[in-house]
Design a binder for this molecule. Structure first.
Ligand SMILES: *Cc1c(COP(=O)(O)O)cnc(C)c1O
Length: 371
């Protein structure tokens, strides 16, 4: 029996311990801890990588969303439409700037459904907030068409989608701003918390700079109220170091997705995410490999008994499923049906081909298919 953790946090460091220690020693020996050149360099290279004018490092991916919302003027009285199939942080960020999160359903592609978004628009709607989930970018043409027709702005939660593209353009660069998370298990993970806001708007970038650093502008003058939500220089240096090989990480994730697809496509009891080459408009980076499965909970136990750790996103509920948050009347049939069946298989660059084959063999055996 193999043991396949959902994500191996120790391997995240251990795969290149010497390289990481060199970075840590260099940064600490220079005493370069807060807002230093490693952060500036990382911000510049991250912006280049996604093709955007500004990338601004912040404390985490959640701060990135609410700081972005504040910087574009979303606040009390405004409604923001987002999918219920997201991390609670997306909705919380909207709530915490004083606006109202309005939850939309997913479409057949499991991304936010443009028709559901349009149906949720009211005179108070200020922004549409698509979530670029699992390493895939939404059909941004459809969302832009709706936003333009109703005079709304688009802002993106791209926490799970660094390097994902739709029609050649990177997730996080479609709207007034987009956000990235560097949580350790994310595509590009640091060794703690970290996040970034991406924007092409110079004024929004200036506001974000001030908001993340006590209201201070780049030359140190206090220009507004602000907070402290800076990306640590040490984390930035470690991210910068990893960014060099990030294209290889994406390639590996896509190869794993292809392998899952080849080994599982004939299993009628499953619904798989699109294969890497399924649609030329999409370039997916597979933060997660989220399947739908008949008898999901029994399959999950079966896999656990065989050493395969799986995961159900968001603790098994979409945002409107959390009683304490007050979405009592909300009904989103596709999302609710999806949450009866969804399951994340292990998906990370530490998996070997043998690991993936083992997971697939277990699943095939469970449903009575030969290997
Ligand atoms: C991880 C994640 C966030 C939050 O990022 P943190 O860095 O953990 O604050 C927000 N939205 C989505 C979709 C995420 O997956």
């Amino acid at each position: 029996m193999k043991r396949i953790p959902f994500f191996d946090y120790r391997a995240h460091f251990g795969r290149d311990e010497e390289g990481f220690l060199k970075v840590i020693r260099d940064v600490c020996a220079r005493g370069a801890f807060i807002l230093q050149r490693d952060l500036e360099e990382f911000e510049r290279r991250l912006a280049e990588f996604v093709g955007v004018r500004h990338a601004i490092g912040v404390g985490n991916g959640t701060d990135a969303i609410w700081i972005g919302l504040m910087a574009v003027g979303v606040g009390p009285g405004d409604e923001v439409i987002l999918p219920s199939h997201t991390f609670v942080a997306t909705a919380a960020a909207v709530k915490l700037v004083g606006a109202t999160p309005i939850l939309a359903d997913i479409g057949p592609d499991r991304m936010v459904d443009p028709a559901s978004v349009e149906a949720a628009i009211t005179p108070r709607t200020k922004a549409i907030l698509p979530v670029q989930l699992n390493g895939r970018t939404c059909d941004m043409d459809a969302l832009h068409e709706i936003a333009d027709r109703h005079g709304l702005m688009i802002v993106e939660d791209a926490a799970q989608a660094l390097g994902s593209r739709f029609r050649g353009r990177c997730a996080g660069t479609f709207g007034r701003f987009g956000t990235i998370s560097f949580y350790p298990a994310k595509l590009l993970g640091c060794f703690g918390d970290g996040g970034a806001v991406l924007t092409n708007d110079d004024e929004v970038a200036d506001r974000i700079h001030a908001l993340r650093d006590h209201g201070r502008s780049r030359n140190g003058e206090v220009v507004s109220w602000g907070f402290n939500s800076r990306l640590d220089n040490l984390q930035a240096a470690l991210l910068n170091y990893q960014l060099r090989r990030y294209p290889d990480v994406i390639e590996r994730r896509r190869a794993i997705a292809m392998r899952y697809h080849e080994r599982l496509a004939d299993v009628a009891e499953l619904g798989l995410p699109p294969a890497p080459d399924a649609d030329p408009r999409h370039f997916d980076v597979y933060q997660n490999y989220e399947i739908e499965a008949d008898r999901r909970d029994v399959l999950r136990d079966y896999l656990a008994e065989r050493g395969v750790q799986t995961h159900i996103q968001w603790g098994g509920r979409p945002v409107h499923g959390y009683r304490a948050l007050g979405f009592d009347g909300v009904r989103l049939p596709r999302t609710e049906a999806f949450f009866e069946r969804c399951l994340l298989l292990p998906m990370n660059p530490f998996l070997t081909d043998d690991d993936v084959d083992y997971v697939c063999d277990c699943i095939r055996a469970f449903y009575g298919y030969g290997s």
